[in-house]
Ligand binder design. Structure first.
Ligand code: ADP
Length: 263
């Protein structure tokens, strides 16, 4: 299956998340065969990343967004498990500090864009500036409303400068989120991950849903597409994301430089 085509949000399509099943398995079953397919893809990602690093012609930026407990950390751990740390960077975006707030919202983002040859992963991103910021009314409406176009322009500029962008929305159901919160509360190894604010954010589930729908409807473009990843099943989430990254890198048609001079 061509996961990219199947899960990509077409540009300018109005998205209603209720129409997307977070527990979708795309016809697959979590069996030995699918485990082998995932392992094969993860190995392939290592080869492709090595080529990307050798060529140094382009960078790949992977944006991960989703509700709390959607699995951003787990995705990074699994999908990138086979890739050399040398060619890969992870950046988590938290509440902006005073210096960051004194700049335009894209300033801290631009500084973290991976260089050519690298895969950069954003755990949260500039999209927080139209998600949490919108939901909590942290800036006036005119300000966040203008950001969708600003983001599209910014991403186009990156694409024109050899940064390929893939954006993944990890789509989980409310029930699955509740299940994962309960697990966190009861597992001593996971308890630290649970914060009181997670419970408060959960009450804003519908508001976040609306904010995500706006992002997916307005900011999925040919040059920087969004993908809606059914994420209630972690195995399907890992398979889909690793396949989409591999499919994208395959399309680059990369080759090892013949000699140091020609690189
Ligand atoms: P995570 O949940 O990603 O593991 P944290 O619990 O530290 O990590 O949460 C980071 C917090 O920072 C989130 O609540 C997120 O909404 C917030 N955040 C990120 N970017 C911004 C932003 N631009 N403005 C306000 N809050 C932000």
């Amino acid at each position: 299956m061509d996961f990219s085509r199947k899960l990509m949000v077409p540009p300018d399509k109005q998205i209603k998340l209720a129409k997307f099943d977070p527990a979708d398995t795309l016809g697959y079953q979590n069996d030995k065969k699918i485990e082998a397919k995932l392992n094969k893809t993860i190995k392939r990602l290592d080869q492709l990343q090595d080529l990307l690093y050798a060529e140094k012609k382009r960078a790949l930026l992977i944006v991960l967004q989703g509700m709390d407990a959607a699995g951003k950390d787990g995705t990074i751990r699994h999908v990138m498990s086979g890739v050399s740390p040398q060619g890969c960077s992870v950046k988590s975006f938290k509440v902006p500090n005073s210096q960051e707030l004194a700049h335009d919202f894209l300033w801290r983002i631009h500084k973290a864009i991976p260089e050519r040859g690298m895969i950069g992963i954003f755990n949260r991103s500039h999209y927080e500036d139209v998600l949490v910021v919108r939901v909590h009314k942290l800036v006036p409406k005119e300000v966040w409303k203008a950001r969708y176009d600003e983001i599209n322009r910014f991403e186009r500029n990156l694409e024109e400068n050899d940064v390929k962008i893939l954006k993944f929305f990890l789509h989980i159901s409310r029930e699955e989120q509740e299940k994962r919160f309960q697990e966190r509360l009861h597992d001593p190894r996971k308890k630290w991950k649970f914060s009181k604010s997670d419970a408060a954010e959960r009450k804003l589930w519908d508001d976040y849903g609306t904010a995500y729908e706006a992002v997916l409807s307005r900011c999925s473009t040919e040059y920087a597409p969004w993908f809606i990843i059914p994420s209630d099943h972690k195995w399907l989430r890992n398979l889909a994301i690793s396949r989409i990254i591999a499919e994208t890198l395959e399309e680059f048609d990369m080759h090892y430089p013949k000699s140091p001079e020609s690189s």
